[in-house]
Design a binder for this molecule. Structure first.
Ligand code: KIV
Length: 272
């Protein structure tokens, strides 16, 4: 059952702000390739994130750090070809925006020009303020990302919940206000206490989209491979699995293997 309050033919950054003011929650999932993006878009998901989590789930790296700008553009290009309705947001990968605002702008322009994505996302608060402003001055919409920022995993040392302590929570609140003030159209809040996330969402007019941030925010995002149950060894508390594709796919592959070995496949009807 759909609980959309208004039908949107195409989702824009403005639609998301409208959804927040109309009290309609925003659905967001990752996708990294054409076929998955076509299914996600066809199902009516509002935002598709070409996340740098592609580094983990597509390439098998332990962290998001190794993925390159060229690789992100490759994934984003495949996703954009599949889309009819969703807003496509593309992550700026580690190393493509941290050194200076000009480099950040060059990277964002490459993503927009070469992939056809609709917006970029980058991690951090006041440390990346000038880069975000520079990108937005070029007319490129920016989604912020606060809380657990996986590109800083070697600084944190762990993927545990962030901003449990007062000082970090205060910084997060100040960063969120700053991101809204300079013009970000939305913020992802990852793995922070639900009470804090709710407070941040209530203090902003732009939508806050949570992952592991509770139900008091304006929308939710999950990594598509996780919610489909393909990555069955990843079990954080916030993850709800909507399918067991690991199990389904394993069964299908085993059945196929058995059919090939026993010559049950192909049958007479499956040949020319
Ligand atoms: O890269 C990603 O998938 C993300 C989400 C976890 C928000 O940034």
């Amino acid at each position: 059952m759909s609980v959309a309050k208004k039908q949107y033919k195409r989702i824009t950054t403005k639609s998301l702000v409208d959804m927040k003011s109309n009290g309609e929650k925003i659905s967001m999932l990752t996708a990294y390739d054409f076929t998955m993006a076509q299914i996600v878009d066809g199902a009516g998901i509002d935002v598709i994130l070409v996340g740098d989590s592609a580094s983990n789930v597509m390439a098998g790296h332990e962290t998001t750090l190794p993925i390159t700008l060229d690789q992100m553009i490759y994934h984003a290009t495949s996703v954009v070809r599949a889309i009819n309705r969703a807003l496509v947001v593309v992550d700026l990968p580690f190393g493509s925006y941290q050194s200076d605002p000009k480099e950040a702008l060059r990277s964002a322009i490459r993503i927009m020009k070469e992939s056809g994505g609709h917006a970029v996302k980058l991690e951090g608060g006041k440390e990346v303020k000038e880069s975000i402003k520079r990108i937005m001055h070029a007319g490129i919409p920016v989604m912020g990302h606060l809380g657990l920022t996986p590109q800083s995993i070697y600084k944190f040392g762990t993927y545990t919940v962030r901003a449990k302590e007062e000082q970090e929570a205060e910084k997060l609140k100040a960063d969120a206000l700053m991101l809204e003030k300079i013009g970000c159209f939305a913020i992802v809040l990852e793995k922070v206490p639900a009470k804090l996330a709710k407070e941040v969402a209530a203090s902003l007019t732009i939508p806050v989209i949570g992952i592991g941030a509770g139900n008091g925010v304006d929308g939710q995002v999950l990594v598509v491979h996780d919610m489909l149950g393909m990555t069955h060894e990843f079990n954080p508390r916030f993850l709800r699995r909507y399918a067991d594709l690991h199990g389904e796919m394993t069964k299908a592959f085993q059945n196929y293997r058995d059919d090939v070995k026993s010559s049950a496949f192909p049958s007479d009807d499956e040949q020319y």
